[in-house]
Design a binder for this molecule. Structure first.
Ligand code: SF4
Length: 284
């Protein structure tokens, strides 16, 4: 009997099936992203008894931009409904609540890996590694269904490293042959911008097709009208990056939180895996 595989919709937050875990388990600090300090394990003052946010419609106006950027990749409903079998932290024991808050970040990391693995299995160019990707997907899904004790003891960094090797190979296969003449001399170097410091960089109209921007710092970079088709964006920091009219069609390993943290417009072309943030259209 093949392993249970996550439906892609299970890799997006479904707050209706969660106990507001991101609003309790995680700490945040008063900053441009949050209007107040909150320690881990303490509910946000805006969290209501029904586990919904009381200011959801005005998060940005009320100084909680960070909440509009965050996404749990479905870990919230997994921990609430599967790990704790629908047991609410408000009505359960203090010990159970603590365990729930401890495993939530672990399951979020696993669900983020499920997001990348699911996307990698959808890339035809990565067919040579599909069997290994499929096995990694099944193993990761199995790990998300461990008990709270087992999850708390899990070496998630080691598993992440194991999956990362496969994602790197996927990236090489998916980017091979993508990209124009513009990248001529120094083509190798130009195509590999992993971890590059591109903070505030002027990349307006840049040809970044098939480039690895894995873990690149693109904070407040101007990518207006840039061509990012087929680029690898895993872990790229896009906070306040301007993606107005940029083309990210076929860009991969891009997540909703990355998109939510950036700026864009109705003219920005996004890959099918992510949706256009409400605040993009509101702003332009
Ligand atoms: S402001 Fe709302 S979404 Fe943000 S942590 Fe508080 S309850 Fe959650």
């Amino acid at each position: 009997m093949p392993d249970q595989i996550a439906d892609p919709s299970d890799l997006r937050a479904d707050c209706t099936r969660c106990f507001g875990l991101c609003c309790v388990a995680l700490p945040f600090a008063r900053s441009a992203d949050f209007a107040l300090d909150k320690p881990a394990g303490k509910p946000c003052p805006n969290l209501q008894g029904d586990h919904r946010c009381g200011i959801h419609a005005d998060l940005r106006q009320k100084g909680f931009t960070g909440c509009t950027v965050y996404d749990c990749f479905g870990a919230g409903q997994k921990v609430s409904q599967v790990t704790f079998d629908g047991q609410d932290w408000r009505t359960g024991s203090t010990e159970d609540a603590r365990r729930m808050f401890d495993v939530f970040p672990v399951v979020r990391q696993l669900h983020e890996l499920l997001w990348y693995l699911t996307e990698a299995l959808g890339l035809p160019a990565a067919r040579p590694v599909h069997p290994e990707l499929r096995r990694a997907l099944e193993k990761t899904e199995r790990l998300t269904r461990l008990t709270a004790e087992e999850l708390a003891a899990l070496d998630v960094a080691a598993h992440r490293q194991e999956v990362n090797v496969l994602l790197l190979r996927t990236s090489e296969l998916a980017r091979a042959g993508v990209g124009g003449k513009g990248q001529g001399k120094g083509k190798g170097r130009r195509r590999d911008r992993r971890g590059a410091d591109l903070m505030g960089a002027r990349l307006r109209g840049a040809d970044l097709r098939g480039v690895s921007l894995r873990g690149a710092y693109l904070i407040a970079a101007d990518l207006t009208g840039a061509d990012l088709r087929g680029a690898d964006l895993i872990g790229a920091d896009l906070r306040d990056a301007d993606l107005t009219d940029a083309d990210l069609t076929g860009a991969f390993f891009l997540t909703q939180p990355q998109v939510n943290a950036a700026r864009g417009s109705t003219g920005t072309r996004l890959p099918a895996s992510v949706s256009r943030p409400v605040h993009w259209t509101a702003a332009r």
